[in-house]
Design a protein around this ligand. Sequence first.
Ligand code: COA
Length: 143
Amino acid sequence: MKEDDLPYVLEIERESFPNPWQEATFRGEIYNQPISFSFVIVNRLLNRIAGYLVFWRIENEVQVNNIAVHPDFRRMGVAEAVLKQVLYQLAEEGARFVTLEVRPSNFAARSLYRKLGFEFLGIRKNYYHTPREHAFVMGKPLD
Ligand SMILES: CC(C)(COP(=O)(O)OP(=O)(O)OC[C@H]1O[C@@H](n2cnc3c(N)ncnc32)[C@H](O)[C@@H]1OP(=O)(O)O)[C@@H](O)C(=O)NCCC(=O)NCCS
């Protein structure tokens, strides 16, 4: 992800979340090196940004902080393929565990994570606002 991508990323973000990240948050992630990694997913045929992924890697732990796919490209296996590939690569580089937070009401994302082998680890109370909701913490070992 580069600064030039941000208008397209923000459009997807606003379509995807009730409480979207602001531009400054994405910019902060782009420059929060070497902890944060931000990628755009590009449809080369249409030359369009189809989605993005933001994660932190600190030593052998990975935290997925944001993932979204543009509504035009959902249910095509994009998020599944990207997460599988990125987590495989991170495991190859020595990462051992991945965690993330998800709204309990976000059935699409929870199904995606379950399909990828993530398990429920716990609850962070009142983690989200607008609307207020607890977060489910999910995670899995990387091997
Ligand atoms: C969640 C999200 C990233 C999934 O992206 P996607 O590319 O459409 O997902 P995929 O096509 O790779 O789906 C993989 C699996 O996830 C599950 N899944 C994805 N979307 C689903 C939906 N709407 N309903 C139920 N299950 C769903 C299914 O198990 C699916 O496998 P299947 O197609 O074999 O049934 C996308 O819906 C999105 O951008 N949502 C808004 C942002 C968001 O909620 N991000 C996650 C925050 S924690």
